[in-house]
Design a protein around this ligand. Structure first.
Ligand SMILES: [Fe+2]
Length: 332
């Protein structure tokens, strides 16, 4: 007589709502060693190979995380409470989960993998949460900022392909903080687009616009993610930057940002967006005639100048770059 306290499980066969029952796991007594394999086997029927692969990896890493950290029940419950609070903080205007992804470096990592660039092309950077689709069209040489929004800045450059040819008619979206470190959509009363604009590169690929010098700012820190950063003794600042998004027929869309050299937070960006190739120096222009020619209202004030060319990749070049990147990362 068997000393087993349970009966052998019946062998299931057939199909239940698309689930091949013969593929269900056969193990009992989930243990620290066997539970991962069983959970993975439970989605063995998933017809989508990519989904199956992603969830297999997710379960594997999650379980390894719990084992490697010797996670306590209290810590696990605290994580559940944190994620619940993060969800509750989300509204149409506030996305706390993206903030969590940003501050854990996941957004930047996804961005770097998905926007690998060939040598010579401008690198991408995180989109961030402050882009809006309602920027007004600005003619080359005109302003994206109203008078009084900050210190004067003149931005100019060219858009080129990787062979150095000019690209005309590139749609360039740009947005930035005002001199107080706030985007227009962070004000309770938003009159309309401010410190943002959309322009087109000229026939020779050139672009230029007036703006204000962006300043470093704090990411929203009054929610669960802010609390998490506080408990980790992490700061909440992003270095000063100017967002740029460039789109042209026949080229990969480029979402990037220019970071001002010398900013105190340049090497510890709260959302890990800085790349050294995107750090720029500004010069100072004191000639009143130049200020007048560029359209600044107060020509007695000096203004900063930021010169930057952008190099766009073709879709074929981007695919090759991404394959090379993944081969390098996976080979490690
Ligand atoms: Fe930003």
């Amino acid at each position: 007589m068997s000393d087993q306290s349970h009966s052998e499980p019946a062998i299931l066969a057939g199909n239940l709502h698309g689930i091949d029952l013969s593929k269900l796991p056969k193990n009992l007594d989930m243990s620290v060693e066997t539970i991962t394999e069983n959970v993975i086997a439970m989605h063995g029927n998933c017809p989508d190979e990519r989904t199956k692969f992603i969830f297999t990896k997710l379960i594997t890493h999650l379980h390894d995380f719990v084992r490697e950290t010797d996670l306590t029940t209290e810590e696990w419950m605290s994580a559940i409470h944190f994620l619940t609070a993060t969800g509750k903080k989300c509204t149409d205007l506030r996305q706390e989960f993206i903030l969590l992804s940003d501050t854990l470096g996941v957004s930047s990592l996804v961005d770097s993998i998905n926007n690998a660039k060939p040598p010579g092309a401008t690198e991408a950077s995180v989109l961030g949460p402050f882009f809006t689709d309602d920027a007004l069209h600005v003619e080359n040489g005109q302003s994206i900022a109203s008078e009084g929004k900050g210190n004067y800045l003149w931005v100019e450059g060219k858009v080129l392909d990787t062979k150095g040819n000019a690209i005309p008619n590139v749609t360039i979206d740009t947005w930035e903080t005002d001199g107080d470190g706030l985007y227009d959509n962070q004000y309770a009363q938003r009159g309309g687009p401010e410190c943002r604009g959309r322009l087109q590169s000229a026939e020779d690929g050139s672009y230029a616009f007036r703006a204000v010098v962006p300043v470093f700012y704090s990411i929203p820190s009054d929610g669960p993610v802010g609390g998490l950063l506080k408990s980790l003794h992490r700061h909440v600042f992003r270095p000063a930057h100017l967002h740029m998004m460039l789109q042209a027929e026949g080229f990969e869309k480029l979402t990037t940002a220019l970071y001002l050299n010398g900013d105190p937070w340049i090497t510890s960006d709260a959302v890990f967006g800085v790349k050294s190739s995107l750090i720029v120096d500004m010069t100072e222009e004191t000639d009143a005639e130049v200020a007048r020619a560029r359209g600044f209202k107060d020509t007695q004030k000096s203004h900063k100048v930021l010169k930057q060319d952008f190099v766009l990749a073709t879709p074929e070049e981007a695919v090759t770059a991404r394959k090379a990147l993944l081969a390098r990362v996976v080979a490690k």
